[in-house]
Ligand binder design. Sequence first.
Ligand SMILES: *Cc1c(COP(=O)(O)O)cnc(C)c1O
Length: 214
Amino acid sequence: MTIASNLAEIRARIGKAKLIAVSKFHPEEAVREALDGGQRVFGENYVKEAQEKFRDLRAEYPDIELHLIGHLQKNKAKAAVEIFDVIQTLDSRELAKELAKALQETGKRPSFYIEVKFGDEPKKTGIAPTVTEIGSLLAYSRDVCGLNVVGLMCIPPEGENPQSYFKKLKELADILSLSHISMGMSGDYEKAIERGATEVRIGTAIFGPRPSHF
Ligand SMILES: *Cc1c(COP(=O)(O)O)cnc(C)c1O
C-alpha cells in the first residue's frame, strides 16, 4: 500500500465529508507523497512541528489547508494563528482572549472549532458536553473576542463504543448552529460519518504507524 492508494481508498468511503490527513510525527516526505496523491488538507498536533514541516511546503503549495488538532497552550497562540487556517481545539476563555490578541497582532483570520470532552480522562482537554457550557464559550469567543467559531470537534473516550458520543456531538452542533463537525479517526471514521461528521481526521490509515517522535 502507498500513501496515494490509501488516500484513494479512504476518499471512496467518505463521500462528501472532508478528509483531514493527520501527519503528526511523519516527515515532510510523507506529506509530499500525500500532496502528490492530491491531498491538500492536513492536521497537525504541535505548533512547532507544523512550523518546521510546513513552512516551505506552504510556499510551494498555496492551497494547503492546515488544521491544528492538538491542545493549544496560550503562549503559542500567536504562532498558531500565523500558520494554521483552522484551530480545532479552542477550550477556554483564557485561550480565546489570547487568540483575539494574536489576531490583532497578525491580521490573520483563521476559523475555530470548540473542543468538546466526553468522559473524564484526566489527560484529555476540552469543555463539558452541554449546551450551556459550549454556548457560553461560543458567545464569549464570538462576541467578546471576535473569533470566527464555526464547529465542534471531539475525541471519544478510549476503549468505548464511540457511536453515542458521535451522536451527541452532532446534536450539540445542530442546537448551536455550528456547521463543521470534526469527529472520526482511522478506526472509526465510517461510524462518525454515519452519525453526521462533516470532516474526519485520519492519520494511521493514510501514513501507516506513527514514528514515536518528529
Ligand atoms: C493523532 C490524531 C488523529 C489521527 O489518529 P489516527 O488514529 O492515526 O487516524 C486524529 N485526531 C486527533 C486529535 C489526533 O491527535
